[in-house]
Design a binder for this molecule. Sequence first.
Ligand code: CA2
Length: 144
Amino acid sequence: MKKLLLVNGPNLNLLGTREPEIYGTSTLSDVEELSVAAAAEQGWQMQAVHSNHEGVLIDAIHASRYECQGIVINPGGLTHTSVVLRDALTGVGLPFAEVHISDVSAREEFRRFSYLADVARVRVSGEGIAGYATAVRRLIALIA
Ligand code: CA2
């Protein structure tokens, strides 16, 4: 069975505990369940990883190289800072979707820049956690 890797970056474990006006009230577990279900609807498996540590995320991306056909990633704040995360994603060469719960284009100026924007095959921002399902469907449609 074909498989996607779901990556959630730093601080996303706080979902549902603070800033509901920006991120809603759902938890990271809700996000993972929703994403697994969206993949299963298309007949795909999904493996989820979350870490607050950049190197752990990079190791998970490297390990997915021969096991997965694509990656759905919300890098959290690393979106705006991390060349090494970009290098890991381009390095493994898997097509990936960049997803953000909030509308990063309508927030602070520093959130408008993404190190992944020009290499992501799919970008979803501002749809709340439903955006993960959108990203899964659009990525699978591209690579199936
Ligand atoms: O909108 C998104 O999904 C973000 O990737 C979330 C990141 C932020 O740095 C990006 O600019 C946009 C922040 C993740 C932290 O999430 C929290 C959730 C609840 C409470 C505190 C943090």
